[in-house]
Ligand binder design. Sequence first.
Ligand SMILES: O=P(O)(O)OC[C@H]1O[C@H](O[C@H]2O[C@H](CO)[C@@H](O)[C@H](O)[C@H]2O)[C@H](O)[C@@H](O)[C@@H]1O
Length: 661
Amino acid sequence: MRKTAALRPWDLFSNRRDTHICEHSNQNRALPRVMTVPGIISDMDSCSSNDGDSDVNSSGCRERKIIVANMLPLHAKRDGETSKWRFSWDEDALLLHLKDGFSPETEKKFYLGFCKQHLWPLFHYMLPMCPDHGDRFDRILWQAYVSANKIFADKVMELLQQHPGLQGKVVLVQIVNPARGFGKDVQEAKEETYMTAKKINDVYGSPRYQPVILIDRPVPRYEKSAYYALAECCIVNAVRDGMNLVPYKYIVCRQGTPGMDEALGVKPDSPRTSMLVVSEFIGCSPSLSGAIRVNPWDIDAVAEAINTAITMPESEKQLRHDKHYRYVSTHDVAYWARSFTTDLDRACQDHFSKRCWGIGFGLGFRVVSLSPSFRRLSTDHILLAYKRTNRRAIFLDYDGTVVPKASIIKSPSPEVISIIKTLCDDPKNTVFIVSGRGRTSLSEWLAPCKKLGIAAEHGYFIRWSKDSEWETCPVSADLEWKKIVEPVMNLYREATDGSNIEAKESALVWHHQDADPDFGSCQAKELLDHLESVLANEPAVVNRGQHIVEVKPLGVSKGLVAEKVLSRMVNGGEPPDLVMCVGDDKSDEDMFQSILTSVSNPSLPVAPEIFACTVGRKPSKAKYYLDDTADVLKLLKGLATATISKPRCLPHIQVSFESNG
Ligand SMILES: O=P(O)(O)OC[C@H]1O[C@H](O[C@H]2O[C@H](CO)[C@@H](O)[C@H](O)[C@H]2O)[C@H](O)[C@@H](O)[C@@H]1O
């Protein structure tokens, strides 16, 4: 076993001074519910865990409630022999003055002055009464009150010291890397570091023990490697960082080499261990899955992480080290260079054949590269195909396609109804509205279109015409995940003014259309991440739509709707010869993909003509675009007109030849 431990903020390391790691078994140490100052600190450390556990929360962590009082109903007596304080309840609740912390002057001002002359009357609905101070606010008394509270707070913080068993055993070695600049800020940071180190050493050090060792000079690589090799734990907790390589170097040094083993007296086949505590804000953090991740601003969490790291069982340290070492040795500089080149190649694929467009405004501005074959769908173009085909499948999204997204009235206009009705009344057409919306509103709004098929809730429900029954998608009926999603969405609803939750039969949707646009978008991204992580093992998927974050059952998609409709047409002996699909958002991309794939379906006698069209000029699987819903309606109207004015079958003209004879 190596005999050195190390803890280090930024580039810091420390050595453990003895061979025994502090096996601090009571990690969730309970604090006494009422703590007084001065107390017997060592008594707190041995708090037993069988005290009723009333303040153990559901996750197993103790919630610490610290009550700090100026006067306690206690008798305090210092034991002459041991010099320890002994406390006993004062049955008569006599006031005990704890004078150690304050000068008589501060105590007089904060307690007799501010508390009694200002606070007490205030809390008793009276004006300040003292004739000396009259009715004026006395700033000096207030300042004494603030000072007294600060003294209390400082004392509490001091006593909340964590893991005192480690005192004398752990050393933090901080290597101060030479700064690259000479600004005032660098100087100030250095001064603060020195001051803090001195404070810690003064309080916790002894003539033979210095808890913090600052090394403020250029440290050659071989010397750093030696520190890395000896340190049992490495902490890199920068508040922001790019690709910090120190954790990787540390792992490699802990793995050692035959030469290092010899120098350190380590047996060649002895198990290797290493422990990393890393800031969640540094670039390498996600790649080190065995590291303990901390928020560097959370001092308590950092302290706990350090304790966990150095008290962890050796076997686990070894597992973590092996995992990290495998990662570091397979992801070397050559690997990074190769993967960067691959990513670059992929990103630039077809780069030169694409056209770039700047779209959006403000924070929404993006440059998108679009295929040169991506073009506006002209009515004339589709009309030619429409007129020469006889078995057409038409899929229309609802919101943002036939009804404008921004419209307050969500029901379709009479014009939309009339166009859709004309299209679906044509026996050559199979028309479906495929929407994320619920079945009740869709069937109500589209009631006049009797022959229209409706796929509601992204296809969770499908109805082939008004007279047929709703079919439910044969996916898992388990919607238990809703219980996980709802509280999370509620958090975001509460935190985002203007947002709301829509509960559908199979899905839950968080809407932020009426929230502040920028804040709403940021919250939506957060929510998406949050939900994806909590739903990792659930039969549900999270999607982002226009001003929405939606969670729906796994296996439900608009793409499957298109697949189902097309295969029913094929199986019914009516394979489509034209497939048209218009939609505006991400969920519609599934439909585009699905109809594009259908072209290569071997069961189709002839490949249908495909018109996949997105609404808005943006990257899409669709080959065509239209600018907005007005454009869509114009196009559909053109098709509807062709439907109505199609050449009727001419009546057979009977020519009779009358005989004149
Ligand atoms: O598949 P779609 O027909 O495009 O429907 C998708 C969602 O439509 C509805 O949300 C949309 O309208 C909301 C106003 O009614 C608006 O706030 C939101 O931004 C739009 O995305 C519907 O409420 C959702 O359930 C559908 O998934």
